[in-house]
Design a binder for this molecule. Structure first.
Ligand SMILES: N[C@@H](CCC(=O)N[C@@H](CSCc1ccc([N+](=O)[O-])cc1)C(=O)NCC(=O)O)C(=O)O
Length: 215
């Protein structure tokens, strides 16, 4: 059955791959599943047809037959459950890989999202300069712990898994901040993720939609 995901008609990042459809594209490419993309405008995302798919009026969504999903973590987990290539067969290794998916979304990403909000939504506030160091240090706390756990390993727990796909995707949001450069092994980890052919195909596909018009 055809898989259809939704993505921004035009992502605010101009195709840097930071919008969350890139994570789903990447997962589908890793398991070799073809997919269609329905592009939605900011207006359409808040209209009944899309809200029926995504109660919060966001992207991405995932449709396959009469199944409709939202929430990137749930979509990637579903893809990894249904197709080989993103989660180990061994039950304990699989459970650990799923743990890293949750860790990426629930422990590492929140301070990174806070940094995004502080930088793009609060910079004009009188207290912004006072708050920024606190926000950055909360990101550094997690990066320090993650860096220590990763050490010089290629991936977080044995072979590449959906846990790494999610963690690399979360860390990619930090590239512009410079914070990742403070952790050479995490920078190298992210670069390994970006070097994967499946990631490159996912990135190029979303760039083709979003690349600013020439000239
Ligand atoms: N928890 C949900 C969050 C989904 C989400 O945040 N979707 C965003 C796009 S990805 C987040 C995002 C947006 C833009 C950039 N960017 O750099 O331009 C990066 C990431 C969205 O639809 N926003 C529109 C809205 O909420 O009205 C998930 O993981 O799927």
């Amino acid at each position: 059955m055809t898989i259809t995901i939704t993505a921004f008609e035009r992502s605010p990042d101009g195709g840097q791959g930071l919008a969350r459809d890139t994570r789903v594209r990447w997962a589908l490419e890793e398991v070799g599943q073809p997919y269609e993309v329905r592009l939605v405008s900011f207006t359409a995302m808040k209209e009944p047809a899309h809200l029926a798919l995504h109660p919060f009026g966001q992207i991405p969504t995932f449709e396959e037959g009469d199944l409709a999903l939202f929430e990137t973590g749930a979509i990637v987990f579903h893809i990894a459950q249904r197709h080989a290539g993103l989660l180990p067969d061994d039950a304990n290794a699989r459970a650990r890989a799923i743990t890293w998916m949750f860790a990426a979304l629930s422990t590492v990403e929140p301070p990174i999202l806070e940094l995004g909000s502080a930088r793009f939504l609060e910079s004009d506030k009188s207290w912004s300069a006072q708050r920024m160091p606190l926000v950055k240090d909360r990101v550094r706390d997690r990066l320090t712990q993650l860096s220590a756990r990763l050490g010089d390993a290629d991936w977080l727990d044995g072979p590449f898994s959906a846990g790494d796909l999610m963690m690399v995707s979360v860390l990619l949001r930090l590239k512009a901040s410079g914070l990742l450069d403070e952790y050479p092994n995490l920078s190298a980890y992210v670069a390994r993720g970006e070097a994967r052919p499946a990631y490159k195909r996912a990135f190029e596909a979303q760039l083709a939609v979003n690349k600013p018009p020439a000239g």
